[in-house]
Design a protein around this ligand. Structure first.
Ligand code: T1G
Length: 712
C-alpha cells in the first residue's frame, strides 16, 4: 500500500512518488471539500504546478472515502477572506498542462465527483460510488458537473443519445452509481482490485504530460429530449424548481462551449442556493442527521444486536412491519392466533414480493429469500428467543395489555417488547409487564414497508439501552427514527388532530371537503385531510377519538355523522367522498355536503361563501405549527427539525417547504402567533397559542436561519 499519510491536522496530504504528486483529502468523516479543504488542495495543486519535476498529480481521499462533495455547513457560513471553493480547484485542474488522475476509493459525490471529472483519468475500486446528488439539496452541480458529465456520457454512450439520458437521470435522481455500472457508463476508466493509488501513480508516470479534458468534447442534445425531460419533472412551484434549472444547465453542455456553459451553471447555482426550496432541503439534510442524537444519553452506550424479530398480528400493519425486517436481513416470525388472518398475512407477503419482481425491482431469488425470512406461527413459544417483539394488534388498551402480559412470560427476559400503537399510553402498556425498561413504542406508518418514518416512543421507564437499540434499529431498517415522548398521539398524530380539527370547523363554516382538500393539495400535499381520513378509515379516527383525552372546547361531530351512517371511507366506498368500485380517486359527494350543511344548521352556524384557499391553508397549517410548538414546550418532541422530519417522512408535507416548523419560520412566527391570538377571539377558544410559539415569535424563529452568502 503506497504511503499517503497527511501530516496530523493537515486537510490535504502531499507525497511524491517518481515524479507523481499524490494529494490525499483528509477531512473526516467524508472529506468534505470545505473552503478550508479546497484552499489547502488548491495550494498543493499550485505547488505541484510550479514543480517541473512533477509530471502528473493523483488526487485521492483517506479513510476509504474520496469526498462527500462541498461542505454543506459552508452554505450556512459567512464568506472567508480569500477562501477558495471546489469551483476554484476544478478551474485550476482544467487549466493545468499536467496530467491529473483521480484515485476514487469509496464515494465521490457532488463536488467530489466534479473534481474527479476535471481530472484526465478516473480509477475506482470495487467500493467506488459516484454521484451528483445536488438535486436532493434543491441545487444543481455547481463546479462543472452539469457540463462535464453530459459530455463524458454522451461521448462514451452515443447510441440513441443514451449517454444524455444517463446524465439527465443521474443528476435528476441524485442517486449514486456503484463501481461496475460507473465503469460500464465510462465515468471511471478502470476498477482496481489492489492499491488504487499505486495504480494511479503508475498511470501518471505513463501518461505524464498528456491531457484528456472532458471539457473539450462536443455533444448534441436533441430538443425533443430536453422537452421530454421538462415534462417528466414536477412544476417549479411543486418541488421542481431545481430540476427545471438543471435541465437548462445540461442543455448548455450542447449549446455552449465549456467556458460559457459553466458560467450559465454558476448563475443558476447562485439563484438556487438562496432559494427557499434549497434552504428547506439543507435544513432537512441536517435535521435528518440530528434525529439520532438524543441529549442526555451516554454517547458510548452500545445498541443491542437484533438478530431475530417477531411481530404479533398478521394484519396489514403486522405483515408490513415483518417485511421491513426481512428487507433488512433480519429473520422474523409473525404470530397470529387466527388461522384465516395468518393465511391472509402469508398471502399479503407473497403477493407483495411477487409484485416487486413483476415491477423489476427485485429478482426471483431475492424475493424467495425475503418470503422465507417471514415465518408464521400461532403461539408465543415459537418466539421465546426473539431479540425484539413488535405488537401490532387492534388499537385497544385492554387487548394490548393482555398481549404484553403474555409476551412478558413467554419471551426471553432481555428482549425488547415494542408496541406499534399509534396513540395509546406506552406507560400503561408497560405496566402489564415486569420489564417496563424494555418496553418502547415503535410506531410504523402505513404501508409500513413503504413509509420511511418510525416514531420511537419513550415511556417514563423505558431504559436508555432500549432507546439506543431502537434508534439504531430504525437506521438498520432504513427508517427515519424520530424520538417522541409518551403523549396521546405522540408527535405526528398529535399535530394531525389539530390540523383535522380545523379542517372540520372549516366545513361547518361553509367550505366543502373537495374545496379543503384542493387547497391543501395546492399547498403541496399529495392529498388533503379528508381523502386521507377516507384512506385511513373514518372508523379508525372515530375509535381513536373515543380514547383521546377530553378537551375543554367543542369538537366537530361531522365525522361522527359519517361514522353513524357506516361511511368509513375507501373501505366502504364512501366517506367524505365517494369512490367508484376499485378506484381510489375521491369523487365529490353531494350527500356529504347535505350532512355538513345540516350540522351547520344544527349548530346555528350561517355558512360563509368567502372562505379562500389561503384561509384554509393558514388555518390548517397554523394549527399544525401551534401544536408542534406545544409538543416542543412539553418536551415530547426534541427539536423543531424532528417535527419537520415526522411530517415530511410520515404525512407527505411538501419537502420544499422544509416541514411545518421550518415553514413557520419562512412565513414568520410572529405573524402566525398574532393571527392565532386574533382567531382565539374570532374563531374560538380552541385556538390557544402555545407558550413555545410565543417565545419563538419573540426570538424570530424556531430554528437558526441560514446565511447562504458564502458559496456563490
Ligand atoms: N458536507 C458536510 N457534512 C457532510 C457532508 C457534506 N457534503 N456529507 C456528510 N456530512 C456529514 C453529516 O452531516 C454527518 O455529520 C457525517 O458527515 C456522516 O454523514 C459545488 C455545492 C456522504 C452518503 O449531497 O449523502 O457538492 O451528523 O450520517 O449515512 O456541486 O452523508 O456525524 O455530524 O450521512 O454514511 C453534495 C451529502 C454537496 C452528499 C454518507 N454532496 N452526504 O452517508 O453518513 S453539494 C452531497 C451524504 C456540492 C457542488 C455542490 C451522506 C454520505 P454528523 P451521514 P452516511
Amino acid at each position: 500500500m503506497l504511503d499517503t499519510q497527511a501530516r496530523p491536522g493537515a486537510l490535504v496530504g502531499a507525497d511524491t512518488h517518481d515524479g507523481v504528486r499524490v494529494l490525499t483529502l483528509t477531512n473526516p468523516p467524508v472529506n468534505a471539500l470545505s473552503f478550508k479543504t479546497s484552499t489547502a488542495l488548491l495550494r498543493e495543486i499550485e505547488a505541484a504546478e510550479a514543480d517541473p519535476a512533477i509530471g502528473a498529480v493523483v488526487i485521492t481521499g483517506s479513510n476509504g472515502f474520496f469526498s462527500g462533495g462541498a461542505d454543506i455547513n459552508d452554505f450556512q457560513k459567512a464568506p472567508e477572506p480569500g477562501g477558495k471553493s471546489v469551483r476554484d480547484v476544478v478551474a485550476a485542474i482544467e487549466r493545468s498542462p499536467k496530467t491529473y488522475i483521480a484515485a476514487i476509493d469509496g464515494s465521490a459525490l457532488g463536488g467530489g465527483l466534479e473534481v474527479a471529472l476535471a481530472c484526465d483519468y478516473r480509477l475506482g475500486t470495487p467500493a467506488t460510488k459516484v454521484g451528483l446528488p445536488e438535486i436532493l439539496l434543491g441545487l444543481i452541480p455547481g463546479a462543472g458537473g452539469t457540463q462535464r458529465l453530459p459530455r463524458l456520457l454522451a461521448t462514451k454512450n452515443p447510441m440513441n443519445f443514451g449517454g444524455i439520458q444517463m446524465a439527465l437521470q443521474m443528476m435528476l435522481e441524485g442517486k449514486p452509481k456503484d463501481a461496475k455500472p460507473a465503469k460500464g457508463m465510462g465515468i471511471i476508466d478502470e476498477i482496481v482490485e489492489g492499491d488504487v493509488v499505486a495504480r494511479a501513480v503508475a498511470l501518471g508516470k505513463e501518461k505524464a504530460g498528456t491531457k484528456n479534458r472532458i471539457s473539450a468534447l462536443k455533444i448534441k442534445i436533441p430538443p425533443p429530449m430536453v422537452a421530454l425531460a421538462h415534462g417528466m419533472v414536477p412544476p417549479e412551484d411543486r418541488g421542481g424548481f431545481a430540476a427545471h434549472k438543471l435541465i437548462d444547465a445540461i442543455e448548455a453542455a450542447a449549446d455552449l462551449d465549456y467556458a460559457h456553459g459553466v458560467a450559465r451553471e454558476a448563475r443558476i447555482f447562485r439563484e438556487l442556493i438562496t432559494s427557499l426550496p434549497s434552504q428547506s432541503a439543507v435544513h432537512l439534510f441536517f435535521a435528518e442527521r440530528e434525529l439520532g442524537k438524543i441529549p442526555g444519553l451516554a454517547t458510548d452506550l452500545k445498541p443491542k444486536t437484533i438478530e431475530k424479530a417477531a411481530v404479533i398480528g398478521a394484519g396489514t400493519m403486522g405483515t408490513g412491519i415483518a417485511m421491513v425486517f426481512a428487507n433488512a436481513g433480519i429473520p422474523v416470525s409473525v404470530i397470529d392466533v387466527n388461522p384465516e388472518q395468518a393465511e391472509r398475512g402469508r398471502k399479503n407477503v407473497a403477493d407483495t414480493y411477487a409484485s416487486q419482481v413483476k415491477k423489476g425491482r427485485m429478482n426471483e431469488e431475492k424475493a424467495k429469500e425475503r418470503v422465507a425470512a417471514v415465518q408464521f406461527a400461532d403461539a408465543y413459544d415459537a418466539i421465546a428467543d426473539a431479540d425484539i417483539v413488535i405488537e401490532a394488534v387492534f388499537e385497544s388498551m385492554a387487548i394490548k395489555k393482555e398481549v404484553f402480559a403474555a409476551l412478558d412470560k413467554a419471551v426471553k427476559k432481555d428482549a425488547i417488547l415494542a408496541s406499534n400503537t399509534s396513540t395509546l399510553d406506552i406507560d400503561e402498556i408497560a405496566s402489564a409487564t415486569s420489564r417496563p425498561e424494555k418496553v418502547v413504542g415503535l410506531h410504523f406508518f402505513a404501508p409500513a414497508n413503504v413509509m420511511q418514518l418510525l416514531e420511537v416512543v419513550r415511556g417514563a421507564k423505558t431504559g436508555p439501552e432500549t432507546i439506543v437499540t431502537s434508534m439504531a434499529l430504525a437506521k438498520k431498517l432504513k427508517k427515519k427514527g424520530v424520538l417522541s415522548g409518551n403523549a396521546f398521539g405522540f408527535i405526528g398524530n398529535r399535530m394531525l388532530f389539530d390540523y383535522v380539527r380545523e379542517a372540520l370547523f372549516l366545513l361547518e363554516e361553509g367550505a366543502t371537503p373537495m374545496q379543503v382538500d384542493n387547497a391543501i393539495k395546492g399547498f403541496g400535499f399529495p392529498m388533503g385531510p379528508f381523502a386521507m381520513s377516507d384512506l385511513s378509515g373514518i372508523d379508525v379516527f372515530y375509535k381513536i377519538a373515543q380514547e383521546a383525552p377530553k378537551v375543554d372546547y367543542r369538537q366537530s361531530e361531522i365525522s361522527h355523522r359519517l361514522y353513524e351512517l357506516g361511511r368509513y371511507g375507501q373501505k366502504t366506498g364512501s366517506g367524505f367522498f365517494t369512490y367508484e368500485p376499485g378506484k381510489r380517486e375521491p369523487q365529490r359527494d353531494e350527500e356529504v355536503e347535505r350532512i355538513v350543511a345540516a350540522e351547520s344548521a344544527r349548530l346555528g352556524i350561517t355558512r360563509r361563501t368567502d372562505i379562500t384557499d389561503e384561509e384554509i391553508v393558514n388555518r390548517c397549517m397554523y394549527a399544525l405549527v401551534n401544536e408542534g410548538a406545544q409538543l416542543l414546550g412539553d418536551g415530547i418532541a426534541l427539536r423543531p427539525g424532528d417535527e419537520d422530519a415526522v411530517w415530511i417522512f410520515g404525512y407527505g408535507f411538501p419537502w420544499y417547504h422544509g416541514g411545518p416548523m421550518w415553514w413557520a419560520d419562512t412565513v414568520g412566527v410572529k405573524k402566525i402567533y398574532d393571527q392565532i391570538v386574533t382567531w382565539r377571539e374570532t374563531l374560538g377558544k380552541h385556538w390557544v397559542p402555545a407558550p413555545r410559539l410565543e417565545e419563538a415569535a419573540k426570538n424570530g424563529s424556531f430554528s437558526p436561519r441560514p446565511n447562504t452568502g458564502a458559496f456563490n
